[in-house]
Design a protein around this ligand. Structure first.
Ligand SMILES: Cc1c2[nH]c(c1CCC(=O)O)Cc1[nH]c(c(CCC(=O)O)c1C)Cc1[nH]c(c(CCC(=O)O)c1C)Cc1[nH]c(c(C)c1CCC(=O)O)C2
Length: 343
C-alpha cells in the first residue's frame, strides 16, 4: 500500500508543487470514445447500470489525459430510482421523473435499494482494481436538496421554483424527504467506500437558489447528517462538498457540515477562495466556458487560479461540469498549462 495519491495529500491539507487535477463530468459527450460506448449501451441509464461499460467510460479520460483522480461514472438520480421512483433520460431534455407528492414522500420504499445499486458498487470495485495505483477514485452522491429538486419538479428547471414552493407550502413533507434522502445517501456512500472509493464528493448543484434560512435547512443540515453518518464508519475518509452557487454561504457550509474540502464554482472570487483555503483544501474553479473558448481566455483563467491558490492545498478543477461542445484539444492545453505552471 505505497500508493502515492497526490489528491489525498492535498485533502490532508498539504500544498503541492503542481496541483493535482481532474474535471467534473470528465467522462462525457465531449469525448468521441464516450459517444461510441454510449451508443453501444443503449440508454444513458443502461450505461450507468452496466459495470463493463461504466468502467470503460470512467477510464477513458484517465487514459487520454492522465488525470490525478477518477470519478465513478453514474448519476445523482439513481438514488430516487433505487427508492422506487420512475426515471428516464430523454435526448436533449435531460432527466424525467414522475413528480412526487407530499403523500408519496411517506411511502418511499428502500427495500430493494442496495440490490438496485449493486451494479454501481461492482463498478467501484472493478475501478479500484483497474485504475493506476496513483489515481484517486472518487465516489459521489447528489446532496438531498439537489436530488429533491428533480424529484419534486420531475425535470430540470431554471431556478427550481417548484421545489422552493414545495418547501414553503409543505415544510414537514420537505423535511421528511430530505431526511430520507440523507439517510439513504449516507448508506450509498458507505457502500461505495467499502467497494474501494478513496474520496467522496457530494454534489449540491442547486444550493445557489435558496435564501439564508432555506440554505441552512435544506443544504447544510442534510449534508452535515450525511457527513456524520459516513464518518461514524470511516472517520478518515475525505469528503468534498460542492454547494454550487453558495456564494457568501460557502464559509458557513464548510464550518457546519464538516466536509474536508470545498468545491468552488467559477463565480467565487479568487480572493474569497483564498480565505476559504485558509480553512482547508479547495477544489476548482475554472469557468467551463473558458475551456470551450480556449486560447487566451483559457490561459488567463488557469493562470489566475494558480496565482491565487497554488500556495495552499488546491485540487485544480472546473467550476462545474465540462460541456459537450468543449474541444478535446482545449482540455489537453489546460492539462499542459496546469502541470507546467505559467510559462
Ligand atoms: C444535477 C446533476 C445530475 N447529475 C449530476 C449532477 C450534479 C452535478 C452537475 O450539476 O452537473 C452528477 C453527474 N452526472 C454524471 C456524473 C458522472 C461522473 C463525471 O464524469 O463527473 C456525475 C457526477 C454523468 C452524466 N449525467 C448526464 C450525462 C449526459 C447524458 C448522456 O450521455 O446522454 C452524463 C455524462 C445526464 C444528466 N444528469 C443530470 C442532468 C441534469 C443531466 C442532463 C444534462 C446533460 O445532458 O448534461 C442530473
Amino acid at each position: 500500500m505505497t500508493a502515492n495519491r497526490v489528491v489525498l495529500d492535498v485533502l490532508a491539507g498539504k500544498k503541492t508543487a503542481v496541483p493535482p487535477l481532474w474535471m467534473m463530468r470528465q467522462a462525457g459527450r465531449y469525448l468521441p470514445e464516450y459517444r461510441e460506448t454510449r451508443k453501444r449501451a443503449g440508454s444513458f441509464l443502461d450505461l450507468c447500470y452496466n459495470p463493463d461499460l461504466a468502467v470503460e467510460v470512467t477510464l477513458q479520460p484517465i487514459r487520454r489525459f492522465g488525470f490525478d483522480a477518477s470519478i465513478l461514472f453514474s448519476d445523482i438520480l439513481v438514488i430516487p430510482h433505487a427508492l422506487g421512483r420512475s426515471l428516464r433520460f430523454e435526448e436533449g431534455r435531460g432527466p424525467l421523473l414522475e413528480p412526487i407528492s407530499a403523500e408519496e414522500i411517506e411511502r418511499l420504499d428502500g427495500k430493494r435499494f442496495h440490490e438496485h445499486l449493486e451494479p454501481v458498487y461492482e463498478t467501484v470495485r472493478r475501478l479500484r482494481r483497474e485504475l493506476p495505483q496513483e489515481t484517486t477514485l472518487i465516489g459521489f452522491c447528489g446532496a438531498p436538496w439537489t436530488v429533491a429538486t428533480y424529484m419534486i419538479a420531475g425535470h430540470g428547471t431554471p431556478d427550481q421554483a417548484p421545489a422552493r414552493l414545495f418547501g414553503y407550502r409543505h415544510p414537514e413533507a420537505m423535511d421528511t424527504l430530505l431526511t430520507t434522502l440523507a439517510d439513504w445517501s449516507a448508506a450509498y456512500l458507505l457502500r461505495q467506500a467499502e467497494a474501494g472509493a478513496d474520496v467522496l464528493q457530494i454534489f449540491d448543484s442547486w444550493s445557489g437558489v435558496l435564501d439564508e434560512a432555506c440554505f441552512d435547512r435544506f443544504c447544510v443540515g442534510p449534508v452535515a447528517s450525511i457527513v456524520s453518518k459516513v464518518r461514524a464508519v470511516y472517520p478518515d475518509i475525505p469528503i468534498i462538498g460542492f454547494p454550487k452557487g453558495a456564494g457568501a454561504n460557502y464559509k458557513n457550509y464548510r464550518e457546519q457540515t464538516g466536509v474536508t474540502a470545498l468545491g468552488l464554482d467559477w463565480t467565487v472570487p479568487l480572493t474569497q477562495a483564498r480565505s476559504l483555503q485558509a480553512l482547508g483544501p479547495v477544489q476548482g474553479n475554472l469557468d467551463p466556458l473558458r475551456l470551450v473558448a480556449g486560447g487566451r481566455a483559457l490561459d488567463e483563467g488557469v493562470d489566475a487560479i494558480l496565482d491565487h491558490l497554488s500556495d495552499g492545498p488546491l485540487i485544480f478543477n472546473l467550476g462545474h461540469g465540462i460541456t459537450p461542445e468543449t474541444p478535446v484539444g482545449h482540455v489537453e492545453a489546460m492539462v499542459r498549462r496546469v502541470r507546467q505552471g505559467k510559462l
